[in-house]
Design a protein around this ligand. Structure first.
Ligand SMILES: Cc1cc2nc3c(=O)[nH]c(=O)nc-3n(C[C@H](O)[C@H](O)[C@H](O)COP(=O)(O)OP(=O)(O)OC[C@H]3O[C@@H](n4cnc5c(N)ncnc54)[C@H](O)[C@@H]3O)c2cc1C
Length: 394
């Protein structure tokens, strides 16, 4: 899809391209191409975060007074599209896109002063401790207990499916600080230092062959009351605010387009693009990405005036996850039995040898990993319920 850019916008695009050409090494681009998980691998994500921080480009969404770039929606679109086209790693969204907006909205001046610069620079790496065994879609039933003891809360229980908890030094956690008739009212939000005594992180290896998620155990973990985000019992509102950004605060279309372009190139190179089934799949996914991108741009433009995505976040999350799965299915169709090559060693960029292995090794793992897209961040069924209630009035 081509949008007509003004002279200033074209100049901005050239600036972004020149920056990417100068700073994005071939090694980082290749490592990103060989990433099979939703988040870029920790090392490449951190390396790219550092480079972007030096340029001042890690938090384009934030208000300028907190370190944002002041870009309008077109500039953000250009930046994300160009970064995706160049195969730049994703920097982990948890700090920059979820915790940051929460700290800006709910944090005390001291919390803002401490956390925001460290998120911008990448000094801190965050994980999100919301889900628990038995409390995923029904998040309000969470049980991790926080008992007040002087100036601390004492935490006992566990979190599960915690992405990159094994790398993170901070967790934004929802805890049960009171038993209330309405379970939502007894939830608080705490910032937990991952090196606190009593925390242990156990890996969960996924069907795609990656160690991306974990179960995190809390055994008498002390967290200062000063690390509470919002008032006691206000954690549910904080969580809802964060989830809107998790589900719809980004530019997913550019990533989808990059994945799709890779599959398309392989289909053309291998002569598969003329196969009627493959051609139909390419046409369908291509049109769906265009439609999705328009919808996302419209939502982003409403954010420029300082709003949050609201229920549109659910529409975007639902469609982006379906499209990512459709692209990985198309990749299987294009590669045929070549996609059955299975490599369990990680990271793939240190294992694959030659262009053909680079193309084939991630395909099956990525397909399997993408099964989770319609589950995490709220499953598709849950998103449909939000849409039905908030947008259709059902
Ligand atoms: C790869 C991956 C990474 C994740 N990363 C994180 C993370 O970093 N931090 C974090 O806190 N969590 C994370 N999660 C957890 C994720 O948010 C939950 O898995 C998700 O919310 C679903 O919860 P559940 O697993 O308990 O499944 P359940 O809630 O038990 O759902 C099981 C099935 O029932 C359906 N269902 C449930 N309730 C309803 C309903 N009311 N109406 C209709 N259908 C329903 C669901 O759609 C699903 O199909 C991650 C999950 C995955 C798979």
């Amino acid at each position: 899809m081509n949008l007509t850019l003004s002279a200033e916008e074209s100049a901005f695009r050239d600036e972004v391209r020149a920056f990417l050409d100068a700073h994005l090494s071939p090694e980082l681009r290749r490592a990103q191409k060989l990433t099979t998980t939703v988040f870029s691998e920790f090392e490449i994500s951190r390396a790219w975060h550092k480079i972007l921080a030096e340029k001042g480009w890690t938090v384009p969404y934030w208000p300028v007074e907190h370190g944002g770039t002041g870009w309008d929606v077109t500039q953000r679109y250009i930046y994300f599209s160009e970064s995706a086209r160049a195969c730049a790693p994703f920097i982990s969204p948890i700090g920059i896109s979820m915790v940051g907006p929460v700290v800006i909205h709910y944090g005390t001046p001291a919390q803002r002063e401490y956390f925001l610069p460290r998120i911008i620079s990448g000094a801190d790496y965050w994980c999100q401790g919301f889900s628990e065994p038995g409390s995923g879609s029904d998040l309000a039933s969470l049980k991790l207990r926080a008992v007040r003891d002087g100036d601390d809360y004492v935490l006992n229980g566990s979190k599960i499916w915690t992405t990159h908890a094994h790398f993170a030094n901070w967790m934004i956690a929802l805890v049960r600080s009171a038993d209330t008739p309405k379970p939502q009212q007894g939830i608080s939000c705490l910032m937990v230092a991952m090196d606190s005594p009593g925390i242990s992180v156990r890996p969960i290896n996924t069907i795609g062959g990656d160690h991306e998620v974990n179960q995190v155990f809390f055994d008498d973990v002390r967290v200062p009351v000063a690390n509470r985000m919002g008032a006691e019992g206000e954690g549910w509102s904080v969580a809802k605010y964060l989830l809107e950004f998790e589900r719809g605060g980004g530019m997913a279309a550019s990533g989808l387009r990059r994945s799709f372009a890779g599959v398309l190139a392989r289909a053309r190179e291998g002569g598969r693009a003329d196969d009627p089934d493959v051609a139909l799949g390419i046409a369908e996914v291509g049109v769906d990405i265009d439609t999705f991108e328009m919808m996302e741009l419209r939502t982003m433009s409403s954010l420029t005036s300082g709003g949050n995505p609201g229920a549109m976040a659910s529409v975007l999350k639902l469609r982006a996850s379906q499209l990512q799965q459709a692209i990985s299915e198309l990749a299987l169709q294009v590669e045929g039995e070549g996609a059955l090559r299975w490599e369990k060693r990680r990271p793939l960029h240190e294992v694959a040898q030659g262009a053909e292995e680079d193309a084939l090794l991630p395909v099956m793992s990525r397909y399997l990993n993408n099964r989770a897209n319609t589950i995490f961040g709220g499953s598709s069924e849950v998103q449909r319920t939000v849409i039905a209630k908030a947008m259709l009035g059902l």
